[in-house]
Design a protein around this ligand. Structure first.
Ligand code: CTP
Length: 430
């Protein structure tokens, strides 16, 4: 039985997940709501108005200009009638039109007459569209006006080779949110939480993911790209060159950014760590994979934090079959990998860049030299030979350096160090 809103207007946008909106209509009716539906022109290319008419038992609004439709005083009567509006799917185009305040079809003309605090939006689009700065900004503006977002969920896209945040949440989740409206089940989803499926589906928090207490929301909707962990450079199908990085520092940096409101993509080399909840994770193996993944994601990012321990060299030849041992000395020829940070730094348009310098001697001087040579905004210098710091340690002790001569020491758990690092970075983004 519906505890929450009784008169629900279901607005359907033009996306492949419009078919799931049929199920939303069915479930809302089943739980006792009066449902009316409005479809954009694009939505009608995916699903027939007749389907919604049959499911809701009421006429469907499809055309602002059709006087034969049961819109009495038109879209304003529909707006007055609705206690709550569900927009599913909320496509990139529809979000932009709602943000702009357009009123050129029955959906936008109705919604503009309803206060945004009564809108529940279920976004659905390809993950690259969701990651675009334009969509991020539209979401931020609509949220600041009081609109609530449910999802998107993470998963396979309609284009089956694509996966990531962008799928519309399931119809049952939307129906449940309406039933509990305006209870906390639908409490303002942070941009990071929008990346998650359902809370129950998330793995238990790992140490890097531990709740640190209240943090400032100073990265709200900022697109952050973090790299973490080692790379592996194959010699043959069963051997590789690598390093002892566990990825813990990078995972902590990603989780700390998420908890301040950022939309985080984490590119991770081979590590046993569970992916932090609410973060888009991209798995890579080699330095070349990492370079490609960074290239694919960096143009959308405001900040790139490179904690990854990238191999500087890889074997010149990768044997197709397992190499057999030989008598006597053997020689391995190595070639340089691409310096990923330096190449991003050379771009005309680049995000704020944060490097990590793993050093065993002359820590500060070597790190400052890298900061200047790679033209970074910050470098985090790490004495990997010290006890309680560096690879595989639960704790860390670092120096954060900037080109203006700034120098801040941070120590504690990797999560504490990550929070301290964002305290330095966040003010540079405003
Ligand atoms: N880095 C990178 N691409 C590489 C190597 C390193 O982007 N091929 C990044 C690392 O992720 C790190 C920073 O550059 O953020 C510094 O890495 P480090 O290996 O300490 O520096 P190098 O420039 O490789 O210097 P070194 O000669 O000490 O190895």
């Amino acid at each position: 039985m519906l505890r929450g809103m009784k008169r629900v207007l279901l607005c359907v946008g033009g996306g492949i997940s419009a078919y799931k909106a049929c199920e939303v209509a069915r479930l809302l009716v089943k739980q006792g709501a009066q449902v009316r539906c409005a479809l954009t022109a694009a939505a009608q290319r995916f699903v027939a108005p007749l389907t919604f008419q049959a499911l809701s038992g009421r006429p469907v609004a499809t055309d602002l200009w059709d006087t034969s439709q049961d819109l009495a005083a038109g879209h304003i009567a529909l707006a007055d009638w609705a206690e709550l509006v569900v927009v599913a799917p909320a496509t990139a185009d529809l979000l932009a039109r709602l943000r702009a305040g357009l009123a050129d079809d029955v959906v936008t003309a109705t919604l503009i007459a309803i206060e945004p605090s009564r809108w529940l939006l279920a976004p659905a689009m390809n993950e690259k569209m969701w990651a675009s700065p334009a969509v991020a900004e539209n979401v931020q503006v609509l949220r600041s006006r009081g609109a609530r977002f449910l999802g998107p969920a993470v998963g396979e896209m309609a284009e089956r080779s694509h996966a990531g945040p962008g799928r519309m949440v399931e119809a049952a989740e939307i129906a449940a949110a309406v039933a509990t409206w305006p209870a906390p089940a639908v409490a303002e989803t942070s941009p990071a939480a929008q990346f998650s499926t359902s809370p129950a589906a998330q793995p238990a928090p790992a140490p890097h993911d531990a709740a640190p207490g209240p943090r400032p929301r100073d990265l709200e909707d900022v697109l952050v790209l973090v790299t973490a962990g080692p790379t592996r450079e194959a010699l043959d199908p069963v051997r590789f060159l690598s390093n002892p990085s566990t990825g813990r520092m990078g995972f902590a940096v990603a989780a700390a950014a998420r908890d301040r409101g950022a939309r985080v993509t984490l590119i991770a080399g081979p590590t046993e760590l569970a992916p932090p909840a609410g973060i888009q994770i991209v798995r890579i193996v080699s330095a070349e994979d990492l370079a490609q993944a960074v290239d694919a994601h960096v143009s959308a990012a405001r900040v790139l934090v490179m904690t990854a321990a990238v191999a500087d060299q890889r074997p010149k030849v990768r044997a197709a079959q397992k190499a057999k041992k030989q008598d006597g000395e053997e020689t391995l020829t190595l070639v340089r990998t691409q310096d990923i940070l330096a190449s991003v730094s050379a771009r005309a348009v680049r995000p704020l860049l944060v490097g990590f310098a793993a050093e065993t001697e002359n820590v500060e001087a070597n790190a400052r030299e890298k900061l200047m040579r790679k033209r970074l905004d910050f470098i985090v210098a790490n004495d990997v030979s010290a006890a309680g710091a560096g690879f595989a340690s639960e704790t860390n002790r670092v120096l954060v350096l900037d080109p203006a001569g700034g120098r801040v020491e941070l120590s504690g758990s990797k999560r504490t160090v990550a929070d301290g690092l964002w305290d330095q970075i966040a003010p540079k983004l405003s």
